[in-house]
Design a protein around this ligand. Sequence first.
Ligand SMILES: Cc1ncc(COP(=O)(O)O)c(C=O)c1O
Length: 403
Amino acid sequence: MRDDKANLLVELQRQIDQLSTMEDHPLSFPDISDHPCDNTRLQSTLGALINEGDLHRADNWAAHMTPCISASSLLGQLLAGIHNGNLLSPQLYPALAKIEQQMIGWLCQLFQQQHGHFIAGSSYANMEALWQAKQHSKDASRVVYTSSAAHYSIAKACQILDLKLETIATNDYDQLLPDALQQACTVQRPLAIVATIGTPAAGAIDPLADCIRISQQFESWCHIDAAWGGALSILPGYKTLFDTASHADSICFDPHKGWQQPKPASILLYQHPLSPMLSADTSYLERPPLLNFHGSRGGEFFLPLWLTLMHSGIDDLREQVQQRLQQANSLAKQLQKHTDWHVHQSETGIVCFRPASSVDLTDLVNQRILSKAKVAGQDVYRAVFASSNTRANAVIAELEPYF
Ligand SMILES: Cc1ncc(COP(=O)(O)O)c(C=O)c1O
């Protein structure tokens, strides 16, 4: 059985690798009509689509947080589709429900939180965490503090929940300034403070201990957005960071970013039982989702990761994360050695740099090798090591003509 499974995965991986060698397909979109579309045109469109996704498997892919996906994860995604159960009725799907509980239990232990549920992405998770903060609040405070480098989903969540967002200034490395936070909280008591492990542009880690301390001082909710940086939680070298993070009220993490899982795979973990969002007649459901936002859901959030862990173990995942960080480190070192560019390397696998003003890397941005971002108000280029295929040397080879 194990051999069969291994063979299937090897074959799937071989097929995926072969996709990279397929010839270019012109973009052609058959019309949606009353009749099946022409097979040759459909094949050509499928080819173009598959080639487009090839971007993430390239060794010079460093534009965004979208990783290449392993064969076992893809198989897990397929499994979720084949199963197609709905965990609002767990008694119908005891095997799926058991695996969900096993995965939540493992993640709770890893992040040292008491409860958790899967969710479609950290934009949703950030909103739910603030929704809970509002439910748990003892007074009328509506102010949410986060750094100016935090993800825009915090602003969206505040708008949806009718909360007032106040952004706190950062240092040159995109980390929130704790003194500014302390001062702001003294003026307006916080409903919640959101700290980030891995800001979207620079990958910075906020001063967590300060954020949690200030939040406790004002009896407010502390949420940690670890959508990107949460991947580091399996590395022994980051135990102290995540020990500190465990004192927050809630934390979210996206395995679909730093653990190379297919979207959507996100988890929201929290210390306190959730407060019901509303009361409604849900008597036809065994487990109505009144505590959280999501309605129907099956194994799509966790079966890909579960199968990856079953097939390869945590050690393999750990090695992949470690390797991404090493490659980011290598890029930063090589840039520092061979150029006089201003280079900033975060701890979470993102390298930002600012070449001399005469150097224009727009071509590399257009080729999706790098991306552009703003860090502490300055324009930078950004290399994101999200994929275990991305190699520092391949990115350097693209940059060398500009040195
Ligand atoms: C720090 C951070 N938080 C939240 C998000 C939103 O995650 P999602 O796109 O899964 O909703 C992102 C996305 O890049 C992010 O980097």
